[in-house]
Design a protein around this ligand. Sequence first.
Ligand SMILES: C/C(=C\C(=O)SCCNC(=O)CCNC(=O)[C@H](O)C(C)(C)COP(=O)(O)OP(=O)(O)OC[C@H]1O[C@@H](n2cnc3c(N)ncnc32)[C@H](O)[C@@H]1OP(=O)(O)O)C(=O)O
Length: 288
Amino acid sequence: MTVEAAMRETSLEAAIGRKESRMETILPERVAALVETLELPDMPVAGQPLPAGFHWLFFNPFVRRSSLGVDGHPKTGGFLPDTGLPRRMWAGGRISYHAPLVVGAVAEKESEILNVAEKNGRAGRLVFVTVRHRISSGGTLCIEEEQDIVYRAPPAADAPKPVPAAAPEGAAWTKEVKPDPVLLFRYSALTYNGHRIHYDRPYATEEEGYPGLVVHGPLIATLLQDFAQRCRPEGRLTRFEFRGMAPLFVDDEFALEAVEGETPDRLSLWAKGPQGELAMKAEAVFGA
Ligand SMILES: C/C(=C\C(=O)SCCNC(=O)CCNC(=O)[C@H](O)C(C)(C)COP(=O)(O)OP(=O)(O)OC[C@H]1O[C@@H](n2cnc3c(N)ncnc32)[C@H](O)[C@@H]1OP(=O)(O)O)C(=O)O
């Protein structure tokens, strides 16, 4: 191991346990802006529960442009460790909805780095950073989430492109989504996410090697949670687990699909890409 690699490994381990916290008001205007962007039928107003996944609108750090990395995210090496790998993706997560987070409330998010794990993927070296977020309001823990962020090395020029797995067949419910550039732009703006792969086509294609602008993982996960809730209107979503399996791209229509889960309180869901590929898989659990 080189001295540089040994120092990096030490700094990655040192990141585990690092914490930060942030307070914010769950502003109804920002909730309304996402409802309209996603064309959802119900408009929650102050005092009503925040829809699942809408917490990603909030608690995102306001960082000076001079403190951003080339990818448009805050430079790593602050709260998130510098893995030495340039390409960030939102890999997945596990969310528990313990109690409603109410629109209009003041809430606090406490974040902690739970793990940093190096793996070898089909396309090269990967480092997964898992962050636990706890969102509370008025002394009640409302949402607990483990978020997996992956950092990737640029693939070798001669590396074959990993072939994505096929999505399951036999969906009981299905819904088409057309991710146009305005949807991606609005989602980036509303979540204050400067990641250039979502709106800067030359950067996404020439620097990160994607065929087009990349659809945000949390956007797909929010659409899947809304879809899950519509498949089970009588249930309350209490847990949602998802894993991004292959990226989706702007203007390529994809489908949200679902079947009954292994137990009556569950649904298995996925997002199916335009070639029938499994883009995201998810599991929803409902309580009373
Ligand atoms: C917002 C935002 C960013 C984004 O939204 S980016 C767009 C959304 N995210 C995606 O589209 C991710 C789609 N997934 C992938 O591209 C690939 O799955 C990934 C993560 C690059 C890994 O692909 P590989 O083919 O290189 O990996 P392998 O299948 O060979 O697996 C190697 C080990 O890694 C584990 N693993 C794979 N995928 C995940 C995952 N999504 N979450 C957690 N772990 C994963 C896999 O189990 C293997 O582990 P072993 O222990 O078995 O070795 C923003 O930046 O804010």
